[in-house]
Design a binder for this molecule. Structure first.
Ligand SMILES: *Cc1c(COP(=O)(O)O)cnc(C)c1O
Length: 498
């Protein structure tokens, strides 16, 4: 299997190791597989008898053909171990009637980014060897909170890789700050920046674009790499849990082979839902893909009208990981539906005008598979309260957006025909404990300290705090440095000398 850029009419080909190492295509496009490998009923039947790591290795082997089966099995076994995922990597939970959640947050940072970031660093480490790279990879991340911690956990102690994370000193929550400052591992570094998230992000981008920095790092034996969510190495592992959910339905006799399920995904950058779309195109019986947005409903509007328009107000919501106005991975869907030339032209319009409109044929092609719904802040809080009261299910703020979209979809009689509907649960409710607690208690008597909110939520609901968020107060703080954004290059070089 070879890969190409979504924007390259010449269709220059790359191996999977190359695309994982490079991240972004040279023309600014995203890497996509040249064809979509079939997943036959016979293959699904075999996967039903496998555990999650084996399912993952077998699905990944269809895409990462320059990795051996043994390599993939070793990496998947290590990534999705019971130590890292004590609740299982992707348990399918029956919530009510035909609604199920796929809980993707039982990993080391209690959010779904772990599903990709536990395996992607291992794939990168091997990609360096496979592409004849002699240097080490240095991962730089600017984070507004969650991605930084998930990347640190994924890259810690991975061979031939170092990682340095920058976060705005006053721009992350106390829980997030503690999670990062207490990070373990011999190849990690964490640094607070005086300024906001943009200052940190601009600082990282400058380092990536600086030729002198590249030369200085090269002298020290490093190449820069990113843990960005548009990297194919992060997307491919997300296909696996949709296949796994279908196998679980078959094993439980909820479905017979070939009968469809619906999938609903709380969406930000469009990575997770695009993985579900690929699973469908491979042959997994998925009827519809329901794209759930929060108040930043740019995708809901896009599926309704065919116009993607980022010239609009940006809202901060209680589902911050979905507060996005550029859903980068949508480009991959456009490429599947309309090809390189149209995709390149729309992306040019997006960067120049902030909007584009797809043609009628392309809109018809994407709306055959996708539906878009959104949840306001009011409805997000209502779903958290009603799912807990009526169904005994405690959802985080992002999952609640998905549950609301699912309810709206099922309100239409023709959709509510007994087909099981899988809603991705993308974060532990404890990751957003203060907002979940506020939704349950209608804002009465809330603890001021976010760490206390964890205990209060546990006491109120009788559920357990997940292991990554337990005992945060007692952990050793390893990283305390706070620097100006202009000092970032020096800090990076100093880290390389360690
Ligand atoms: C990143 C994230 C999302 C959005 O996923 P995309 O792949 O960007 O669409 C949803 N929920 C949570 C908790 C996340 O961290």
């Amino acid at each position: 299997m070879l890969y190409q850029s979504t924007r390259d009419p010449a269709r220059k080909k790359y191996t999977s190791a190359e695309v994982i190492k490079m991240g972004l295509a040279p023309d600014g496009g995203l890497f996509v597989p040249e064809s979509i490998p079939p997943l036959t009923p016979d293959m699904i039947d075999v996967l039903c008898r496998d555990d999650y790591p084996v399912r993952a290795a077998k699905v990944l082997s269809l895409y990462l053909t320059d990795y051996t089966c043994d390599e993939l099995l070793a990496d998947c076994t290590a990534a999705y171990s019971p130590e890292s995922f004590p609740g299982g990597p992707a348990p399918l939970v029956s919530v009510h009637d035909n609604v199920y959640t796929l809980e993707l947050w039982h990993g080391p940072t209690a959010a779904f980014k772990d599903m990709a970031l536990q395996i992607m660093p291992r794939l990168l480490s091997r990609a360096l060897v496979k592409t004849g790279e002699t240097r080490e990879a240095l991962i730089l991340v600017a984070t507004s909170g969650d991605t930084g911690k998930a990347a640190l956990e994924g890259y810690k102690d991975v061979d031939r890789v170092r990682i340095m994370v920058f976060y705005p000193v006053d721009g992350v929550s106390r829980v997030q700050k503690l999670q990062m400052a207490t990070q373990t591992g011999s190849n990690v570094n964490v640094c607070a920046i005086k300024g906001n998230f943009d200052d940190a992000q601009t600082g990282v981008k400058k380092i990536f674009g600086d030729k002198d920095m590249a030369a200085a790092l090269n002298d020290k034996g490093f190449i820069l790499s990113s843990a960005n969510s548009i990297n194919w190495g992060r997307l491919a592992p997300q296909i696996v849990y949709y296949v796994s959910a279908y196998c679980d339905f078959l094993n439980r006799n909820v479905l017979k082979m070939g009968e469809p399920m619906d999938v609903c995904v709380p969406t930000g950058n469009f990575g997770n839902i695009f993985a579900a779309y690929l699973a469908k195109r491979m042959g997994l019986p998925i009827r519809r893909l329901i794209c759930a947005s929060n108040r930043n409903k740019i995708l809901t509007d896009f599926f309704k009208t065919g116009t993607y328009d980022r010239n609009r107000a940006f809202h901060m919501t209680m589902s911050p990981s979905m507060d996005i106005l550029i859903s980068s991975n949508l480009e991959r869907l456009l490429w599947v539906a309309a090809g390189e030339e149209k995709t390149a032209a729309w992306m040019k319009e997006l960067s120049e005008k902030g909007s584009y409109t797809i043609d009628g044929d392309t809109l018809a092609a994407v709306t055959a598979d996708f539906r878009g719904y959104y949840a306001s802040e009011h409805w997000t809080a209502e779903e958290i309260a009603s799912y807990f009261t009526c169904h005994g299910y405690l959802a985080d703020t992002h999952t609640a957006v998905g549950l609301h979209a699912a309810e709206e979809y099922l309100d239409k009689k023709k959709n509510n025909d007994g087909t099981p509907l899988v809603v991705d649960s993308t974060a532990s409710p404890y990751k957003f404990a203060a907002d979940v607690l506020a939704s349950l208690t209608k804002d009465i008597g809330l603890p001021k300290d976010p760490l206390d909110a964890l205990d209060a939520l546990s006491a109120l609901t009788g559920t357990e705090i997940p292991y990554p968020l337990r005992g945060l107060r007692e952990r050793e703080v390893r990283f305390t440095s706070v620097i100006g954004a202009d000092e970032m290059p020096a800090a990076v070089l100093a880290f390389c000398d360690k």
